[in-house]
Write a protein that binds this ligand. Sequence first.
Ligand code: ADP
Length: 461
Amino acid sequence: SNVNVSVAPILTKLQKECAAPLPVLRNVADAMTADMRAGLVVDGGGELKMILSYIDALPTGNERGLFYALDLGGTNFRVLRVQLGGQEERVQATEFEQVSIPQELMRGTSEELFDFIATGLAKFAEKEAGKFHLPQGRQREIGFTFSFPVKQTSIDSGILIKWTKGFSVSGTPGKDVVACLNEAMERQGLDMRVSALVNDTVGTLAGARYWDEDVMVAVILGTGTNACYVEQMDAIPKLQGNKSPSGRTIINTEWGAFSKGLPLTEFDIDMDAASINPGEQIYEKTISGMYLGEIVRRVLLKMAEEGALFGNSVPEKLSMPFVLRTPHICAMQQDYSEDLQAVGSTLYDVAGVESSLKARKVVIEVCDTIVKRGGRLAGAGIVSILQKIDEDSNGAIFGKRTVVAMDGGLYENYTQYRRYVHEAVTELLGTEISKNVVIEHTKDGSGIGAALLASANSKFD
Ligand code: ADP
């Protein structure tokens, strides 16, 4: 009955603390640009790692031949082959397969895991037929997308820093992951070689750039978040003059680690403290899909406890971390019915909550507050990269069409989030300049991107 009276102050405080008006966004964008610059001077110079990709040949469309890609980034690995036919024929054929990784292998030895992957790759390669054709005397080449923290040491080598995402395989950290795969392929008698080791954002950029040479940035907004972009080698002091003919390379920003100037609340601070990596990945924890639902849950729990949001008892399930996921809050925000039926049933299914219409309206407001902050801060991140590129090219990009390739389930599925990202970019750049900035959704481009980078870095040219 007087639910809103006791909940209202909590909501008002939340909205105030999460607000990301233009001056806050500008401050975040400028601080991130400055941090990028510091990270390009020396490793560890900023919060953003600004990892060198060692890629200096971007896809052009001229690529020809048969190339493979292998993608290891979660509970599945994917293998793909593509037959490329140059400018006219482009992608003549593709085939892919997905193999799920048995739980026990995610906690086993390095040899077991890589043998399993090499075996899957060998089975896939055996089925090569039809439109796929390898010229005589050439070895099959692979672009290897490996989405774990790696210290890249060349285009085709990189040391695993640590496993994440539920993997704890013994023997790999500190080793070159390409060597691990090559050794496993040898044990399996598989005659293939890795030509490019690729981060997934870098693969996304390469995949999009193949179709559109105005692509300068790739952003992933999914479970986690990251971004990469095309940088002038002259603007990378830590390269110490090691330049390639193209004069350009891709920088993997690892922007999830950023933290300066973000509007944070007690809910963010508590969630971070309870996380497996406290103090790390603060930007990621504010904007990415893994966390948005959990922040909302923490707010609702406080509202239930201190504001009787759901009546006099506090629903037990609401105290369980991560019961409310981002797809749930997304589904609730798509409910345009008068009685908010879907909000009610989601709350009931997920947290065993019986809710009044008034409570449902508050829940929507909370979701919107958290998602608006996330989307707007993601937009500020995009602008920080665009202005970094622009500063180093003497204003050359804001005068012409520039494409940001976007991938990830959060951006793809969450309409409101996507709108907030776009709004923030437009506000920051102004309507004139933002007309030149195209944010393009590219679904699963990273696989083909890795194969294209294998081609661009082929040992047989
Ligand atoms: P990943 O980032 O795990 O490689 P995706 O790019 O597919 O994979 O992103 C998956 C993430 O996207 C999920 O963890 C979730 O946070 C978000 N997501 C997926 N589906 C939805 C949805 N319907 N609404 C909102 N967010 C979603």
